[in-house]
Design a protein around this ligand. Structure first.
Ligand SMILES: Nc1ncnc2c1ncn2[C@@H]1O[C@H](COP(=O)(O)OP(=O)(O)O)[C@@H](O)[C@H]1O
Ligand SMILES: [Mg+2]
Length: 417
């Protein structure tokens, strides 16, 4: 089957990131203000004002992840592992240039030789973060949901009519993800019956894939999927990366050995916001075994890599003394390792081969420009003209009204048995 792609050129950029720190707001800085926290805030204000004037660090922020470095060459896919709360989503958002949720993202992030600032300014639809939650209009059908994305993304150079382009691409994408049979079913949610949870997840993935971007972050994209659909999606991502040069980062909580071996070139392991490994996927297990951790017979490699960050699950190999066990000393051990030296060599060769090679960046910029309509607003995310966008949004509005009214007429359909 053909890959669900309409754009194969100009997507090979990769990404490099060095000494990335992400700072988030502390609890006191955000959230809903109730009366006690309001009083506390007013009382603390003079102290905070003095601190923020005389120190160069904001008092209300904290490090979510620290000193994260790595590289993804064009066409590579990286797995980000860690226990929940270790900072996987934060790294994925930062790499997808989605910095809005954070107080600050420090360090260097470049896509080819395009800085993250330039990427955000001029090519913000080229870096995509596909979140863990499936947020859709519940009364729209799968087909209408996915077609809307394709209508907005149709390249200016594409000669097909909008409806034909969107219908063909949608059919191809839904078939690739194994959900073609749901095309006329409403998406649904907790209150409206629609497609199943796993199918809804694949609709989210279809929407994100329909962008045909240069970089993608996928936050636990296999949540709710059976193992064969999960492997099918990861293989699809790998094949798209190979064919187009797109680079991808994926976080997973339940990865099988097959997924790990077949679908990932690199792996990053996070422990309480610290990077304790980043490098080639086939070197990670050996690195932790040499450090003194034991991979149990029943453990898959991703299980083992996550288990080393859990005091209850990790096992120390017999005879090994003073094995680093807290996040900080494990991060330090990695920075002193041969693997870290290799990572730095990879980063240096990325700058030499990709960032300083004008071909990659030029072909990316030309392609992004070529697919844009001449009437598109310079900063608009979608490449279509404002008229086409308004027209597509109006159609979607009527689809929503129609879906909503038929839902009101027929009422909610709960399964009683
Ligand atoms: N925007 C933010 N501001 C402040 N703290 C945050 C923010 N995002 C995440 N955190 C906190 O940082 C930690 C790591 O979050 P996250 O990256 O979502 O972890 P994971 O995806 O590994 O579960 C959590 O303790 C979370 O509460
Ligand atoms: Mg997360």
């Amino acid at each position: 089957m053909d890959l669900p792609l309409y754009r194969t050129k100009g997507r090979a950029l990769g990404v490099v990131f060095e000494h990335m720190n992400v700072l988030g707001a502390t609890a006191s800085a955000g959230g809903i203000l109730d009366l006690p926290s309001l009083i506390l805030k007013v009382t603390k204000y003079p102290v905070e004002l003095v601190l923020s004037t005389f120190s160069n660090r904001s008092v209300s922020s904290k490090h979510i992840v620290q000193d994260i470095s790595g590289v993804l060459f064009p066409g590579e896919t990286m797995l980000v592992l860690g226990r929940p709360g270790s900072g996987c989503s934060t790294v994925l958002k930062a790499l997808a240039n989605n910095h809005a949720p954070f107080v600050e993202v420090q360090g260097r992030i470049s896509y080819g030789n395009i800085s993250s600032d330039e990427m955000a300014r001029s090519f913000c639809s080229e870096t995509v973060y596909a979140g863990e939650d499936d947020i859709h209009f519940p009364t729209l059908s799968t087909k209408n949901t996915v077609e809307f994305g394709y209508t907005l993304r149709k390249p200016a150079t594409q000669k097909q009519s909008d409806s034909r382009f969107a219908a063909e691409q949608t059919q191809n994408m839904l078939s690739s993800l194994g959900i073609a049979h749901t095309k006329d079913t409403v998406v649904g949610d907790a209150f409206i019956r629609g497609v199943s949870g796993g199918e809804r997840k694949r609709i989210t993935l279809a929407e994100a894939l329909s962008i045909n971007s240069a970089y993608g972050s996928w936050d636990n994209p296999i949540r709710g999927l059976d193992s064969s659909s999960a492997t099918q999606f990861l293989r699809l991502l790998k094949n798209i990366s190979r064919q187009t040069g797109m680079s991808n980062c994926v976080s997973l909580y339940q990865a099988s050995e097959t997924m790990y071996q077949e679908c990932f070139d690199r792996v990053m392991v996070l422990y309480d916001g610290q990077m304790i490994f980043c490098g080639k996927a086939d070197e990670a297990k050996e690195y932790f075994e040499n450090l003194g951790f034991e991979c149990l017979g029943r453990q898959t490699t991703p299980d083992f890599l996550t288990a080393v960050t859990s005091p209850l699950e990790r096992r120390i190999r017999p005879g090994y003394q003073s094995v680093p066990q807290d996040a900080e000393s494990m991060a330090k051990a990695f920075r002193n390792s041969e693997n870290y030296r290799r990572l730095n060599n990879d980063i240096a060769s990325y700058y030499g081969q990709v960032a300083e090679n004008v071909e990659y960046t030029q072909s990316f910029k030309e392609e992004s420009q070529r697919i844009r309509s001449k009437l598109a607003v310079a900063k608009a995310i979608a490449p279509r003209s404002i008229f086409k966008q308004t027209y597509s949004a109006a159609i979607r509005y009527y689809q929503l009204l129609w879906g909503g009214s038929s839902y009101i007429l027929h009422g909610p359909r709960f399964q009683c048995n």
